[in-house]
Design a protein around this ligand. Structure first.
Ligand code: PRT
Ligand code: ZN
Length: 213
């Protein structure tokens, strides 16, 4: 049986198109049928699994997928045993604290004793611990930006790219706690066949990135 490299990418969402595009630029053709969970490359020994981004680190840790394309924010939040091997240059954003526009945030001490809404409790808690701040974290899975407006929180910690979502909700960015972009992660104990295929893919990814600079 021919060995294949099993790759996890986002099924739909902000990283899906750029992930497929990067593979294509690497000369790898994926037939991407809508609603398909799995696909096979026609010209590279590769199988692609389409998954929720949140699940990708776990799949890679378990070795169900050998590698995955996912946001660094998700990698650090899930904290699984998967290794970041390459930054992919798309999906750029930052995880930031934001407060109501009128609030005077000078540094993290502002957060002492306050309520913060976020979908990133792990990364936020690490930040607070490092700053020696005690705050109450409210974990919510979406629409974090409305939390201050409805009295659920004093501040939020969420992903920002253009900043327009914050602006529309009367919030301002107070502090960035993580810069993020899509990365390639790999299972920690790849077999030698998979490692050879990964090296081949990485060689092509690096060439694509270089051509863009
Ligand atoms: O369904 P699934 O779970 O796979 O997808 P998802 O809804 O969890 O993730 P998705 O598709 O929204 O984002 C996937 C990844 O894209 C994230 O994990 C980040 O690594 C990256 N990314 C880049 C972003 C953004 N930019 C971004 N702006 N993810 C989310 N946002 C959201 C942010 O949460 C906020 O609501 O966009 C809004 C802010 O955008 P601006 O431009 O108004 O600042
Ligand atoms: Zn998700």
């Amino acid at each position: 049986m021919e060995q294949k490299l099993k790759v996890a990418i986002q099924k739909s969402g902000r990283l899906h198109d750029d992930s497929i595009k990067l593979l294509k630029e690497c000369g790898i053709d994926i037939s991407n049928g809508v609603n398909k969970l799995k696909s096979e490359a026609s010209n590279f020994p590769m199988e692609v699994y389409f998954l929720r981004d949140d699940d990708i680190p776990q799949y890679v840790e378990d070795g169900v997928a050998h590698i995955g394309f996912v946001g660094e924010n998700v990698v650090y939040e899930k904290n699984k045993k998967a290794e970041v091997v390459e930054h992919l240059g798309f999906g750029k954003c930052r995880l930031s604290l934001a407060t109501r526009r009128h609030e005077k945030y000078e540094d993290a001490r502002f957060l002492q004793g306050k309520k913060i809404a976020t979908s990133y409790p792990v990364i936020l808690q690490q930040f607070l611990d490092k700053q020696g701040i005690q705050a109450e974290i409210h974990e919510i899975s979406g629409s974090v930006e409305i939390a201050p407006g409805i009295g659920l929180a004093d501040a939020i910690c969420d992903l920002v790219s253009s900043g327009s979502t914050l602006f529309m909700n009367g919030l301002v960015e107070a502090e960035t706690i993580l810069q993020s972009q899509a990365v390639l992660i790999k299972n920690k104990v790849l077999g030698s066949d998979q490692q050879v295929l990964l090296d081949k893919l990485l060689f092509r990814i690096k060439a694509v990135k270089k051509a863009k600079n």
